[in-house]
Design a binder for this molecule. Structure first.
Ligand code: ADP
Ligand code: TRP
Length: 324
């Protein structure tokens, strides 16, 4: 296990995970258990930049533990934890803040978007990328599997690590992003990026009836059944392709181009494909989600393991800057 590369990723407890989270992050990250030493965590400190209801934060956190369990996270061999169970990360955030230029943070997409829409921006949101850099660097991570929207954050992490190493000497591993390019960005019901912030998501685990209803709501163009259609520019097909094999993909793409196929048909096929893929994990999800004592035990064990690694790396960084 120890000669394996270490992969780390986080997900915020800001609502039920959706198909975009699943395809962009959860599925590829969980597959890496076979080849890597994995550190995955629930980014609850980060969630505080948007979630202000304590009960919601706790419930969302349990949801995520159950999701990882249902999708096959092996808690005994890998490290799964809650970000805030390792408060060392906030101390490292401060050390990194002191080498992070304001200009770097001012260029962050999330921050710029908020400013442009004239929403209030907190210091927490502004400093978000520094905390994220600390998350990654404090576990000596080699690789970080995330969706494409996190690319800029990873570039910032690399930048911050390099600056620190330059000023204080080699301290941190400069991590590599692992972006599932084929998945790119999964569109939501309205065609924009599927995101909790746009309220356009298909939840990963809901009832079969709800899943069906959501898929039927995906926006398409208004071409008639007879007209030929373009699968590459169809939101439904972008989701369908993720759950289909090569043969199915080609067969349906051909039907799009030939005309004579209505969007209702491909929506039904998409619903069936998703439903089949998540049937077993969904059952497990609803079973384990009830047992919060067991979910707490999983977090306690993972947190302890994570804390040992984090403590050692923080100690290294403190020494470098001249703190005792
Ligand atoms: P949201 O945008 O819904 O708030 P998060 O920011 O919590 O989602 O994202 C958690 C993980 O899921 C990240 O690695 C992110 O890149 C990935 N992800 C989120 N939305 C999508 C999407 N529409 N397509 C692909 N990956 C996504
Ligand atoms: N910012 C990430 C997101 O919104 C979540 C996250 C926090 C994360 N810390 C991280 C992802 C460290 C990878 C590594 O999805």
């Amino acid at each position: 296990m120890t000669d394996r590369k270490r992969t780390l990723s986080g997900i915020k407890p800001t609502g039920s995970p959706h198909l975009g989270n699943y395809l962009g992050m959860l599925k590829p990250a969980l597959a890496m258990q076979a080849t890597h030493e994995t550190f995955y965590f629930i980014a609850d400190y980060h969630a505080l930049t948007s979630v202000t209801n304590p009960k919601e934060l706790r419930e969302n956190t349990y949801d995520l533990v159950a999701v990882f369990d249902a999708l096959g996270m092996d808690f005994s061999r890998h490290t799964f934890f809650r970000q805030s169970d390792v408060p060392e990360v906030t101390e490292l955030t401060w050390l990194l803040s002191c080498v992070t230029p304001m200009g770097l943070l001012e260029r962050a997409h999330a921050y710029k978007e908020k400013r442009q829409s004239k929403e209030d921006v907190t210091h927490g949101l502004f400093a978000y990328p520094v905390l994220m850099a600390a998350d990654i660097l404090i576990y000596d991570s080699h690789e970080v599997p995330v969706g494409k929207d996190q690319k800029q954050h990873l570039e910032m992490t690399r930048d911050i690590a390099q600056r620190f190493n330059h000023i204080y000497g080699e301290t941190f591993i400069v991590p590599e992003p692992r972006i599932a390019e084929v998945v790119a960005t999964i569109p939501g019901l309205d065609g924009r990026k599927m995101s909790k912030s746009y309220d356009n998501v298909i939840p990963l685990f809901s009832s079969e009836a709800q899943l069906r209803k959501q898929v039927m709501r995906i926006v398409t163009d208004s071409k008639s059944v007879e007209e030929p259609k373009d699968p590459e520019h169809c939101n439904v097909f972008q989701i369908f392709r993720q759950f289909a094999d090569e043969t199915q993909r080609e067969a349906w793409a051909k039907r799009y181009r030939a005309g004579g196929m209505g969007y209702g048909e491909i929506k039904q096929a998409t619903f069936e494909a998703i439903n089949e893929a998540i049937r077993k994990p969904r059952e497990r999800y609803f079973a384990v989600r009830e047992d919060t004592a067991q979910l707490d035990a999983i977090l306690a064990e993972g947190g302890e393991r994570a804390r040992q690694v984090a403590g050692a790396v923080l100690y290294r960084a403190r020494k470098r800057v001249g703190l005792s």
